[in-house]
Design a protein around this ligand. Sequence first.
Ligand SMILES: Cc1ncc(COP(=O)(O)O)c(C=O)c1O
Length: 386
Amino acid sequence: MFPGQGASEEDVLRELEEKTAEDLTFDSGRILGSMCTYPHPFAVKVVQRYIDRNLGDPGLHVGSQKIEKEAVDMLANLLGLEKGYGHIVSGGTEANILAVRAFRNLSDVEKPELILPESAHFSFIKAGEMLGVKLIWAKLRKDYSVDVRDVESKITDNTIGIVGIAGTTGLGVVDDIPALSDLALDYGLPLHVDAAFGGFVIPFAKALGYDIPDFDFRLKGVKSITIDPHKMGMVPIPAGGIIFREKKYIDAISVLAPYLAGGKIWQATITGTRPGASALAVWAMIKHLGFEGYKEVVKRAMELSRWFAGELKKIPSVYLIREPVLNIVSFGAEELERVEEELKRRGWGISAHRGYIRVVVMPHVRREHLEEFLRDLREIVAGLTP
Ligand SMILES: Cc1ncc(COP(=O)(O)O)c(C=O)c1O
């Protein structure tokens, strides 16, 4: 009920504390199945300080708009381009929708179709539905990467673009983006790479010597990339990123916003009013950590993932779905649903999907959290064994 009289700040805060006591928090180390994390304290500071900036009306916040452009260029740079075109958006969902929208608007096909891997994130289902684009699902190979030959077999005159994933949501698999890029070039189609998760992992993991396929704008068929700072970038939610290779993609999705206080603009994002603080926090975090800082974050997460995968293999009736590629470890077990239920009952933030439980080794996850999880898992599995 909408209260008639206001309450004191203390009373309201107390009530909030009581109600949120039910929440799992990232700093507790109990959330193992999420791609979000406890944001970096410096990024939190930046968000608090610039909380009032609205990039939906950039004529008012000209400095912030310039900073967003610089953030986009730094992300483009990380992904192999000198200059990119795009925005800091609400997340990977919005970024993927914008890419599909750009591909659709630049094609003159009446019944547009988009080819994407069966492993693609559900945000594409939203995009397809909203934009009237039919989704054509391509099969996966045994290693869970998309079968590029199946993608090719599904290309028709109605195809408006292809999607590849660099860091799938379930298993962290990186598709063969070089082959998809060649295919896209051969057929004159744009390739979108969903690196919502992998974008802030792969460049650093490669620099650390991990053998991961190329996935970015260095491949000429890649025309757009989703990269989310609110995942491994450690920026507070909401902070997604969409980067296009050329300006024509942004132009194709821009609509005129005529009556803003800061003057009329062309707006490409789905959201109108949007947090400038997010873009500033992305910029600030990249400046603060730099390539070397993020490399350290990724090093820790990758090493911990491999240790964890090794420990899981030692538990009878537990098996890895595949060796981890990034910092995501997914495993199956006998009586998986019961294992999941019991893990949840013991307060772990995980979920089972498609026959496995996935653990995302985010920056808030420490070895002692995983040791505790392994202790619980061992106990549960032993209890289920007849
Ligand atoms: C590969 C991939 N793409 C897109 C998304 C959607 O991102 P968001 O939840 O920020 O909208 C996710 C989220 O987990 C993802 O894993």
